[in-house]
Design a protein around this ligand. Structure first.
Ligand SMILES: C[S@@+](CC[C@H](N)C(=O)[O-])C[C@H]1O[C@@H](n2cnc3c(N)ncnc32)[C@H](O)[C@@H]1O
Length: 325
């Protein structure tokens, strides 16, 4: 296919295509190059105030980061905030007593951070508009990287944090320190189930089942059919390269209709602070990731549900498979 005929592809397809091509080779630098390409295409999205408003009004997130930064920043420390956006976490670090804070972001939203620094009189906070791959200093006592995506790993947090690690001083800390990812089979009366029927007088029941599409949904009303299991534990100061994977067997603890698995994270931000998107806890803007089964399977107490979930396309997507037996 000629490149000129690809130019008109919607951006989302570009992203998939780039991620697909880069996945084939999988060297760390190639993946970073692919992310650079994607991040450049996404800068217009990241520059939108509305996107950042969603983050700033997520009180669960804000309070967790403020507390963790207060704990982790030692007086006079040097802090780098990667993907600083409006600079909010950089300002929290300065307020917690950092000597020097550098906020890095490749999108124009960083101008908002610069203006806020001026207006609030922060003299020790510097904002650098650059891709994180082009940042060579200073060495930091703490590197903050809030690049947790709506599908947890899809903003490239594992790769991007790894790229920043050479700038961490001996004994320095990263935030988050760890990401634990949990999976749990659920019955859900919601999450779009039963939608494909009569829509404005048109019969769509031929769709026949719930599309097997990974989606972001508030799953707080879902009923757990067994206890959750930890599907991955990512140490961000020492990330494993090559994808995240989980294969587990869930013993069903109560009869129900299985509609898919919910995936959520617990991010250890500092020694005493964990930020969680567990659907049983107060909701965040991340909500939960729902991996639908594509159908309705009746399960009985004691049934054994095999679940395989793994990240693909350089962590931007999840692939999943369910079977009983
Ligand atoms: C989830 S937002 C976080 C914003 C801010 N830290 C906060 O907590 O409110 C992620 C930010 O990372 C930036 N970003 C993503 N990839 C980047 C890259 N490769 N280099 C520099 N900035 C990047 C985006 O432009 C975006 O502003």
């Amino acid at each position: 296919m000629r490149l000129s005929s690809l130019i008109g592809l919607p951006r989302i397809l570009w992203r998939d295509l780039i991620m697909f091509l880069s996945d084939a080779t999988m060297s760390f630098d190639d993946v970073m190059a692919a992310y650079f390409f994607v991040d450049t295409a996404y800068q217009h999205t990241w520059s939108k105030l509305e996107v950042h408003r969603t983050l700033l009004k997520d009180e669960v997130r804000m309070q967790a980061f403020e507390k963790a930064i207060g704990e982790a920043v030692k007086p006079g420390a040097t802090v780098i905030d990667v993907g600083t956006g409006t600079g909010i976490l950089a300002f929290m670090a300065a307020r917690a007593g950092a000597g020097k804070v550098v906020g890095v972001d490749s999108a124009s939203i960083i101008e908002v951070a610069r203006k806020a620094a001026q207006r609030n009189g922060f003299k020790n906070v510097e904002f650098v508009r650059a891709d994180l791959r082009d940042v060579y200093g200073p060495k930091a006592d703490l590197i903050i990287c809030e690049l947790i995506g709506m599908f947890i790993t899809d903003e490239g947090i594992t790769y991007k944090m790894a790229k920043m690690l050479p700038l961490l001083k001996e004994g320095g800390k990263v935030m988050p320190e760890r990401l634990d990812i949990y999976v749990v089979p659920v019955e859900s009366k919601d999450a779009g189930l039963g939608f494909w029927g009569d829509i404005h007088g048109i019969d769509y029941s031929a769709v026949g089942r719930v599309p097997r599409e990974m989606r972001n949904y508030d799953m707080s009303a879902a009923r757990f059919l067994s206890p959750p299991q930890k599907a991955a534990a990512v140490e961000l100061a020492n990330p494993e390269k090559g994808g995240l994977g989980f294969e587990g067997v869930f013993e069903i603890s109560s009869d129900g209709e299985f509609h898919g698995c919910v995936m959520y994270f617990e991010a250890k931000l500092s020694e005493g602070v964990t930020l969680s998107t567990d659907p049983r806890k107060p909701q965040t803007h991340w909500k939960q990731v729902f991996l639908p089964s594509g159908g309705r399977m009746a399960l009985k107490r004691g049934d054994r549900l095999k679940v395989s979930v793994k990240s693909a396309l350089n962590d931007t997507k999840w692939l999943w498979k369910y079977s009983v037996g």
